[in-house]
Ligand binder design. Sequence first.
Ligand SMILES: NC(=O)C1=CN([C@@H]2O[C@H](COP(=O)(O)OP(=O)(O)OC[C@H]3O[C@@H](n4cnc5c(N)ncnc54)[C@H](O)[C@@H]3O)[C@@H](O)[C@H]2O)C=CC1
Ligand SMILES: NCC(=O)COP(=O)(O)O
Length: 341
Amino acid sequence: MTAPLLLSMGDPAGIGPEITLKAWAALKDKSEFAFAIVAPPRVIAQANQDFDYPLKEIKTCADIASVFENALPILPIDGRVPTPGTPDPYHALSVTESIERCVSRCLSGEAAALVTNPIAKDVLYKAGFKFPGHTEYLGQLTLLEPPPYERGPVMMLSGGGLRVGLATVHLSLKDAAEQLSAEAIIRNARVMNGALQCDFGIRAPRISLTGLNPHAGENGALGHEENDIINPSARLLRSSGIQVTDAQPADTLFHAEARENYDAVLAMYHDQGLIPVKTLDFHGGVNITLGLPIVRTSPDHGTAFGIAGQNKARPNSLIAAIKSARHIANNRANYLQNGLN
Ligand SMILES: NC(=O)C1=CN([C@@H]2O[C@H](COP(=O)(O)OP(=O)(O)OC[C@H]3O[C@@H](n4cnc5c(N)ncnc54)[C@H](O)[C@@H]3O)[C@@H](O)[C@H]2O)C=CC1
Ligand SMILES: NCC(=O)COP(=O)(O)O
């Protein structure tokens, strides 16, 4: 029997509990996507007031398969009920506990993958959370286990026929330009290459690198990073057998014909990579952490406090993340057993 999926709660004052309930209702007849949420039961019960779906507290992941068809399985933790739409650092402990419990069950093999509900970074920072986001936190929590390919973590968004990894993530634009390094480009391209093979079954991945500057620097006239950092990294990667391009102008890299030429893009900073994915497919986009010993996906959107508790949130991106987690977990198991076939 295949292991089930686990969902972390995310910020309880956001839309996570609501979209989890809606995702359960959409998937309950599809046993391959069976999941439980790790959360305080009262938090889920509060979000369920609009729906009155059956809920069931369970003790272990082994209970998920038999419960899922008839009720949303909940692996209980402690925590206070929030006011929807009103974030409070008080909830930080239950937010991180939910993530950590999911991770340990993925590492033990009881669960096949982790799908995270959105957290609000600034709220966690106020409670002393020391990581920029899930991506780096999960990298730390799984540091003692080897990943099946080069170690990340690397953030990659998938949606609208695009896969876009990031060379820098949660930095101000100024810091991203200053901190862009050959080391990050080379490491992240290697992780992406390994992930495209292992997690996506692509035998010989083609990766396009964006430039940092307009027109990829216009031969140095509009910036030096392409000539000094990106293209030398690309040459080194090609010499090790990884198919990457030199820096490409980002403004002409994401249209339909351009997308035929690569399996993934490595973008140099957050918005350069996320705007195309979220514009093409906001409600179907998935955030995937590459280079971890566990499989982790997430919806591409955030906590949406402005609509929390109003039955307005769409579960589509979470459903896409759940399906993607199962797909990657299956591909990874197949790769570890048979290699690329
Ligand atoms: N994976 C994660 O944990 C992520 C967390 N965030 C966090 O979320 C917080 C809010 O970020 P924002 O920039 O406001 O982005 P957001 O994605 O929460 O909201 C942007 C807009 O999209 C709408 N929206 C988002 N998800 C929706 C859904 N499922 N159905 C219908 N409408 C939806 C919102 O109402 C809002 O108008 C931030 O603190 C950020 O750190 C943001 C992205 C990912
Ligand atoms: N913009 C993407 C995002 O904020 C998700 O970050 P993470 O929590 O997955 O690291």
